[in-house]
Design a binder for this molecule. Structure first.
Ligand SMILES: [Ca+2]
Ligand SMILES: [Ca+2]
Ligand SMILES: [Ca+2]
Ligand SMILES: [Ca+2]
Length: 397
């Protein structure tokens, strides 16, 4: 009986206690009513956007280049927006989240965006947001000969080579005029309809010294001082023992080596060998919309060198003497080898047959006169590297 009463009391107390628990939280109705039910969007918005490109290198050097750029407004909660693309061609609206516009001139272009919702608006305007500039492909080889016209004393394609990467693919926008092109090498290109003012020509260059060159043994043939043989070179990697090794001087003299001409007028000249690094060059161009640019590598100084013939292996062979008329005195033995000049293969004992010496205009009776080839090779060999040639519009503040 006592226990039953206690239980009833406990249940009753528990019921009172439960009744005191606060209700589940719900937002106050007043707060919900501040929203306009017709608009989903609220809060601060930002006129931010992204674009497919900002700096655009175009290789068209004539007429008007064209390039499309897409813009996407990137902020959320936008109800309406309005783009601004001064200098660009917009084909329809300027109020879509995504807009694609066309630029058809070199230069820098502003981009603006205004965004709205019921609560807020924001606008951004970026000056020079888009830059479209000229970037040369530097394809001075066969494919682009009509655009870059090679001029000078020689127009062989080997004058301009493209370096290859580790996988054998040519680097874009990079050419080399190799040391083996010892003559003057030049390439000229015409530019039209560029902006008239504030053009900047930029490029990187490197005059790269070759410490060692190798000359193809087969190309060593000339025996006349008046017309020495201009040799063929062998790439260092391909050189063999048969090829003639030439060590270059450690110091090269100052000389005009590479120049840039604008409408045939030199506007920049380089002479110093800078084989470690590319140097960046920035040149302001005159205020013309049509002009020509010419890259010129000057002819390289040549060195005339005398290369002794290989020794005749049969010169010391006296077992097969030959008739010879090198001396008027039949008993004379110039090299005192016991074989008279009359029948000696090599009268002066210098290792070269009398017949060889006679043919090469050396003295068969003088051991200090030996047959030599007369060759010419580049005296201060260097490669000219040119990279990343661009024409940009100078940023005017
Ligand atoms: Ca002799
Ligand atoms: Ca002899
Ligand atoms: Ca001799
Ligand atoms: Ca001799």
């Amino acid at each position: 009986m006592e226990l039953k009463r206690l239980s009833v009391l406990l249940i009753f107390s528990l019921a009172i206690w439960i009744g005191c628990v606060p209700p589940m939280y719900e937002p106050p109705e007043a707060q919900q009513n501040t929203l306009n039910p017709n608009w989903e969007n609220t809060g601060n918005i930002s006129a931010s956007f992204i674009s497919t490109s900002r700096t655009i290198g175009v290789s068209a050097n004539t007429g008007s280049p064209t390039f499309n750029v897409s813009f996407i407004a990137s902020a959320s909660n936008i109800d309406s927006l309005e783009w601004s693309f001064p200098g660009a061609i917009t084909n329809d609206s300027i109020s879509e989240v995504t807009e694609t516009v066309e630029y058809n001139a070199f230069g820098r272009f502003d981009v603006g965006l205004k965004v709205y919702n019921t609560e807020d608006s924001d606008s951004r305007y970026y000056e020079n947001f888009i830059e479209m500039y000229y970037k040369d492909d530097l394809n001075v080889g066969e494919n682009d000969a009509a655009v870059w016209s090679r001029t000078g004393t020689d127009t062989v394609l080997a004058d301009f080579t493209q370096p290859l990467d580790a996988e054998g693919n040519p680097y874009n926008n990079w050419i080399v005029v190799p040391y083996s092109s010892s003559h003057k090498v030049a390439a000229r290109k015409a530019f039209e309809n560029f902006p008239r003012n504030n053009l900047i020509l930029e490029f990187d260059y490197k005059l790269e010294r070759l410490p060692v060159i190798y000359i193809d043994d087969i190309s060593i043939t000339g025996t006349s001082l008046s017309s020495p043989t201009v040799v063929n070179y062998v790439a260092v990697a391909d050189a063999t023992e048969d090829d003639l090794r030439i060590d270059s001087p450690s110091v090269y003299p100052g000389a005009k080596r590479f120049s840039i001409e604008y409408d045939s007028i030199p506007i920049w000249i380089a002479s110093r060998i800078n084989d470690e690094f590319f140097e960046h060059v920035k040149l302001e161009l005159p205020s013309q919309s049509d002009f020509t640019i010419r890259m010129v590598k000057e002819p390289q100084a040549m060195l005339t060198r005398l290369v002794p013939f290989d020794l005749d292996p049969t010169a010391s062979n006296t077992s097969t003497p030959v008739a010879n008329t090198s001396t008027a005195t039949p008993s004379e033995d110039t090299d005192r080898d016991g074989v008279t000049n009359l029948v000696d293969n090599d009268d002066d004992g210098d290792g070269y047959l009398d017949t060889t010496e006679t043919a090469a205009n050396s003295d068969p009776l003088d051991r200090n006169s030996i047959p030599k080839y007369v060759i010419q090779h580049v005296r201060y060999p260097y490669n000219l590297n040119i990279r990343n040639l661009t024409i940009k519009i100078k940023e005017v503040n």
